[in-house]
Design a protein around this ligand. Structure first.
Ligand SMILES: Nc1ncnc2c1ncn2[C@@H]1O[C@H](COP(=O)(O)OP(=O)(O)O)[C@@H](O)[C@H]1O
Ligand SMILES: [Mg+2]
Length: 393
């Protein structure tokens, strides 16, 4: 009785759900086809759509997702990739329709899309689809209630040039897009972060209008009262371990260790990461440590599979010894190599007097790889560490 109340007949199982969606569209005047395994363009895209709906104007692929929980970022991003692929290009739009809703990171992604984006996301109810409104004109609101406890992130590795500063700023931006209040601390004596972003990292409102700045503190300026509302504090560390203030290292709840996946890099960085872990553990035993691949480049399946295996193997021993050490599988979350990230900072050369900086979060043709990747990474970390711990309310 309770079971059927919680799960109305149309979402009892996958098949009922798909039929239910087909019925809704057909009632609304669309011609509905069920995708067949041998359909042209369907075979390789492996389950990317289940229904095709057409009218005089449009042909739309529908991915029907029957889920017990909310849709997560990788599921949406896979569908985006499919719509951009050769097989996906034949469709004017893609509808992603599910049972239970979308995770917070997915919602922040949807809000950031513009009119060129081909996906519409919806939740099916008894008689209609409730669409999540894309390109809504809301400003990013920041929580005004002071955080009970601040959560500290360190972005650290004993090596320069692998993306610590880039990851720090953009991860902060991804959390801000989820309406979390974030502060940055620039621990590197080179102060690249401060040089790059001046007084703060500006995160434009995806829909225009006023955005928000994330304040950047120097270590000597930082104490908890400097940013009383900040729920998250992200530290861009110096690669020279001893130059980072020990009292901040001791505070890290989470640490991200960026690395690269090129063949020569994997082994070289294996040693670097061992040293990095040992250094952190001298002052901090509680922090969860995540190795994350930056500058990720898609290549052939065969090459990727070798690289991925070698990479996961390289840290196997550390993972065995340290149960708070995690190696993020690049298939689940990684930061792709992108021109937008590479040239992030061009404003320093263009307008040396302008201290305001924007993140590489601008949409190009309806997509923005850096923004997708960092929201996905934020989603991955939040899930890995048990959800809503950042939110004090
Ligand atoms: N995913 C990426 N794609 C392209 N360029 C990147 C990426 N990540 C970092 N870069 C570039 O690499 C250089 C070094 O990155 P940076 O964040 O300064 O590293 P670190 O802080 O570890 O020294 C910068 O010029 C940055 O723009
Ligand atoms: Mg740096």
């Amino acid at each position: 009785m309770t079971e059927s109340f919680l799960n109305p007949p149309y979402i009892q199982d996958y098949q009922h759900f798909e039929q239910h969606i087909a019925k809704i569209f057909s009632k609304a005047g669309w011609k509905v086809e069920t995708a067949k395994n041998n359909q042209p363009g369907y075979d390789l895209s492996a389950g990317m759509y289940n229904l095709i709906v057409k009218n005089d104007q449009y042909m739309i692929a529908i991915q029907v997702k029957w889920l017990k929980g909310k849709v997560s970022t990788p599921q949406i991003l896979k569908f985006s990739d499919f719509l951009d692929s050769e097989a996906g290009k034949q469709f004017d739009y893609g509808f992603f329709i599910t049972t239970k809703g979308f995770s917070n990171p997915v919602l922040s992604l949807i809000k950031s899309w513009d009119k060129r984006t081909k996906i519409y996301c919806g939740i099916a109810s008894e008689s209609k689809i409730d669409w999540i409104k894309p390109f809504v004109n809301t400003s990013i609101s920041r929580k005004i209630t002071p955080a009970k406890n601040k959560t500290y992130f360190g972005i650290f590795t004993c090596k320069g040039g692998v993306g610590k500063t880039t990851v720090s700023a953009h991860l902060a931006g991804a959390f801000l897009l989820q309406e979390l209040n974030v502060a940055l601390i620039d621990l590197d004596p080179e102060q690249n972060l401060s040089k790059l972003v001046g007084d703060g990292v500006y995160v434009p409102n995806p829909q225009g209008g006023i955005g928000h700045s994330i304040e950047v503190f120097k270590p000597e300026e930082w104490d908890e009262n400097a940013a009383p509302d900040a729920q998250l504090v992200i530290c861009d560390c110096s690669p020279a371990f001893e130059r980072n203030p020990k009292e901040l290292i001791a505070k890290f709840d989470y640490c991200l260790i960026p690395t690269t996946l090129n063949p020569l890099g994997i082994n070289k960085h294996g040693k670097v990461i061992e040293d990095t872990v040992q250094s952190i553990r001298k002052y901090n035993q509680k922090s969860h440590l995540f190795v994350v691949v930056n500058n990720y480049k898609k290549t052939s399946k065969k090459k990727l599979s070798v690289l991925r295996k070698t990479y996961l193997n390289a840290y196997y021993d550390i993972e065995q010894q340290d149960d708070r050490f995690h190696c993020i599988d690049p298939e689940q979350a990684a930061i792709r190599s992108s021109d937008q990230l590479y040239y992030w900072g061009i404003h320093l050369l263009e307008n040396p007097d302008e201290s305001r900086s924007e993140l590489a979060f601008t949409l190009v043709g309806g997509r923005c790889h850096p923004r997708e990747d960092f929201i996905n990474l934020a989603d991955y970390i939040e899930t890995a560490i048990g959800g809503d711990i950042f939110r004090s309310d």
